[in-house]
Write a protein that binds this ligand. Structure first.
Ligand SMILES: *Cc1c(COP(=O)(O)O)cnc(C)c1O
Length: 389
């Protein structure tokens, strides 16, 4: 038997569930791109996205996914042969480093633990050694979606001291879920994508960049040049060709929901609360079975948008939840053995109802599969919601 009828729940860390308002905003035949409302929609979207990132500086847009955003940032900030330092806390930091290496960048990796935040003394020491200022950029993910480690970006900037390297941050899994104050924190390059905290379909890659980064632009091919993408006229020049009109409408609506309907502060508070509810459930399960735990031990280094956890038979549990109860959980990434890890996505358009449903279904699955665990997980999560909502 299966109880999976009804609306299927997607609890993976991207693409995240797309709200009805966003779907409906895209349900239109099309539009002229040389005049008419889409030109104004595009300008409004840019203002909203800069507000979200906490910057007055520049925003370049591309039709693409997060990997396209990585590529755009790399092409503009680093020439082949130049040196970059990458702080890796999981598979996504590793992926960006690999893409930089393929671009010809001389990549040095400062690998970090997978169960707590990065050890920034190492970064400070490495940069202090670099008196010739050969290191052109420091790359880091604000949230590494594989490990669910959250990096304190202002602390990274402080650790860089007065070394002139650019600070480039992958915020693909955090923008819209966690605070970002790009200008105040001294972030030079910020990469995002439309399909995670931004609640839209995949297809728009975002690269915000400071005036300092703009002044040091390398020599990418015209297609990737961020200055044209940020300032080009008319509209098609800002997209390197036909703009993704439907995604512009969708992302515009998502930004209205985030900034105007819910409000940024309320949205970050909701994500923090949902994350704490997940941690509370893991803690309760873990009390009866120390094999069940969040991958990241320190709460301050845990993402608010995704939680990676160790659960014996996690792959069986994922399968059970999907076929028996209509919930898809994320696969474990970057851990061995992968079948004992999973990830719960709680980014974007996620309510307390959605999340408590996911946790209760996991409880049912563990019961069905006879996975030993502590009691009271769903109650513990509900208590967090009752306190914080
Ligand atoms: C999802 C993700 C990416 C990759 O984005 P794609 O859209 O899959 O190319 C990169 N970095 C982080 C932190 C992510 O969460």
């Amino acid at each position: 038997m299966s109880f999976a009828a009804g609306r299927h729940a997607l609890a993976i860390p991207g693409p995240s569930p797309v709200p009805e308002r966003v779907l409906n905003a895209m349900h239109r035949a099309g539009s002229d791109i040389y005049s008419g409302p889409v030109v104004e929609n595009d300008l409004k979207l840019r203002r909203q996205l800069k507000q979200l990132a906490g910057t007055q500086a520049n925003l370049a847009t591309y039709i693409g996914n997060g990997h396209a955003g990585w590529e755009a940032a790399l092409q503009n900030m680093l020439a082949p042969g130049e040196k970059a330092l990458v702080l890796t806390s999981g598979s996504f930091g590793e992926g960006w480093a690999e893409q930089a290496t393929a671009h010809g960048v001389d990549v040095e990796i400062l690998d970090q633990p997978r169960d707590r935040g990065p050890l920034l003394e190492g970064l400070a020491a490495r940069l202090a050694q670099d008196t010739a200022h050969e290191i052109r950029a420091v790359l880091v993910a604000q949230i590494d979606t594989a490990s669910s480690i959250r990096t304190d970006i202002p602390a990274v900037r402080r650790a860089m001291g007065d070394h002139p390297a650019l600070l480039a941050v992958d915020a693909i899994a955090s923008i819209g879920c966690e605070e970002m104050r790009m200008d105040e924190w001294g972030v030079d390059i910020l990469v995002g994508a439309s399909q995670k905290g931004l609640m839209c379909a995949p297809g728009i890659a975002l690269v915000w960049f400071s005036d300092r980064a703009a002044a040091q632009t390398r020599n990418p091919s015209p297609y990737w040049r961020w200055t044209e993408r940020a300032n080009g006229e008319p509209l098609w020049q800002r997209w390197g060709g036909t703009p993704p009109v439907h995604l512009i409408w969708g992302l515009n609506e998502a930004m209205d929901m985030l900034i105007e309907t819910e409000g940024m502060a309320a949205c970050y508070h909701r994500h923090a609360g949902l994350a704490q509810a997940v941690w509370a459930a893991f803690e309760a399960w873990g009390k009866g079975n120390p094999q069940i735990r969040c991958l990241v031990t320190e709460a301050s280094a845990r993402a608010h948008s995704v939680t990676a956890g160790h659960i014996p038979q996690a792959a069986d549990l994922r399968h059970w939840c999907e076929v028996k109860a209509g919930v898809t959980l994320g696969i474990g990434l970057g851990q061995e053995p992968p079948e004992n890890y999973l990830r719960i996505g709680h980014m974007g358009n996620v309510s307390a109802h959605n999340l408590l449903g996911v946790l209760a279904v996991m409880e049912a699955g563990m019961e069905a599969l006879a996975i030993p665990r502590g009691t009271g997980a769903v109650e513990a999560a509900a208590k967090v919601i009752a306190e914080l909502a």
